[in-house]
Design a protein around this ligand. Sequence first.
Ligand SMILES: Cc1cc2nc3c(=O)[nH]c(=O)nc-3n(C[C@H](O)[C@H](O)[C@H](O)COP(=O)(O)O)c2cc1C
Length: 206
Amino acid sequence: MSTNNKEIFKNTPVDHEIHELIKNRWSPRTFSDKPVSHKELQVLFEAGRWAPSSNNIQPWNIVWGIKGSVAYDRIMSVLVEFNQNWAKNAPVLLLGVVDTKTPKGDDNYHAPHDLGQFAANMAIQAQSMGIAMHQMAGLDYEKARKEFKFPDTYHVATAIAVGYYGGELSDVPEKLQDAETGERSRKQQNDFVFNGDYRETGDVKE
Ligand SMILES: Cc1cc2nc3c(=O)[nH]c(=O)nc-3n(C[C@H](O)[C@H](O)[C@H](O)COP(=O)(O)O)c2cc1C
């Protein structure tokens, strides 16, 4: 097998045909050398900005850093080692941070949900531009919150590696190379879609 990872379109065995931007998106651990500009990042953040959120609170906050900058190195420093080992391939690193309180001071249980919608909007916009995103939960949340001076009530929920699809398989440790080329998989809809009580899948007549 060639070690060139640039042409990879992952096999995505959908059960129902879906939009190609959703179908072809995946989370690589290698990236092209092609830089992602600040302007392109602003386009991605704009896509996120127009995501829906509970009461339009928009609890999301983003920290961004482009490779070679102090901000990038600071984001890298809060990732767990496993993620550092491949995220170094990405030309951009982000942190997704939520305010866990509403403007009235109540708990905002929907904040992580809303950040997820922000990230999903970004990911689909990125896909339309040939840019990949790889989200990460593997980071030290508290260290990140303190590092970037967010208040105590904020939660650093995710880091995100961003870059053009590409790079070489040899850019990742050998044990991660299969994941770069393997088929994507998902649970069956019957496992999580219910037409009534939990586990009640219904008997849908076409
Ligand atoms: C919130 C979240 C946290 C994740 N955390 C990590 C992580 O710490 N490290 C990693 O390598 N991948 C991480 N992933 C990537 C998932 O493993 C990946 O999205 C999943 O396997 C599905 O693959 P796909 O995105 O290519 O379809 C995370 C994804 C999400 C959405």
